[in-house]
Design a protein around this ligand. Structure first.
Ligand SMILES: O=C(O)[C@H](O)COP(=O)(O)O
Length: 207
């Protein structure tokens, strides 16, 4: 029986995560802690006996660097890697580069939470989760899912909100259901899919 394996990993801590800045499509690299998280993610995947046939990532440095570090730990640096902006973080628009606490002081706790976690309210000049889903989902359906369903064991290194969008679809979560879903940096989530693309099992390596 083919192993329809799909592993999703949010990048390790970035320089701007550390500084508490809205990042979106800005392109900071990982911090030392982020590098350590990515290596740890790779070690955990290896400890679970996982092997991959290909990987997908965004066009942003923090996700690519995380993927490279995981593949190093797995001893799998030669597998094909597909990079696409469909997997980029949600575009935070005018908030990009602003401190999240300063934004709360300026616009209020509730408004900032709406921008960060509501399904369909975009931050000024940026993308809502719904907008993010509108670009990640077609890429998932057309490029990633066919590989998984063919039995190609697939690793995806991406971002908090591009992955929340995919998780919403995979786990059939409602807009309310996804609201409280936070993704820790550098923590793999291991899915195995049924032939009809529904989730057969899920293991969150944070748990
Ligand atoms: O782009 C960012 O600032 C973060 O990677 C994700 O931010 P969020 O948790 O505020 O959505």
């Amino acid at each position: 029986m083919s192993d329809r394996l799909l592993v999703l990993v949010r990048h390790g801590q970035s320089e701007w995560n550390l500084k508490n800045l809205f990042t979106g499509w800005k392109d900071p690299d990982l911090t030392e802690a982020g590098v350590a998280e990515a290596r740890e993610a790779g070690r955990k995947l290896k400890a679970h006996g996982l092997v991959f046939d290909l990987a997908f990532t965004s066009v942003l440095t923090r996700a690519q660097h995380t993927l490279d570090l995981m593949l190093e730990q797995l001893g799998q640096t030669k597998i094909p890697v597909h990079k696409h902006l469909a997997l980029n973080e949600r575009d935070y628009g005018d908030l990009s580069g602003l401190n999240k606490d300063d934004a709360r002081k300026k616009w209020g706790e509730d408004q900032v939470l709406i921008w960060r976690r509501s399904y369909d309210v975009p931050p000024p000049g940026g993308e809502s989760l719904k907008d993010t889903l509108a670009r990640t989902l077609p890429y998932y359906v057309q490029e990633i899912l066919p590989c998984v369903l063919r039995g190609e064991r697939t690793l995806v290194a991406a971002h908090g909100n591009s992955l929340r969008a995919l998780i919403m679809v995979l786990e059939k979560l409602s807009p309310e259901g996804i609201l409280k879903r936070e993704l820790a940096t550098g923590v793999p989530i291991i899915y195995r899919l049924n032939a009809d693309a529904t989730v057969a099992s899920k293991v969150d390596l944070a748990a």
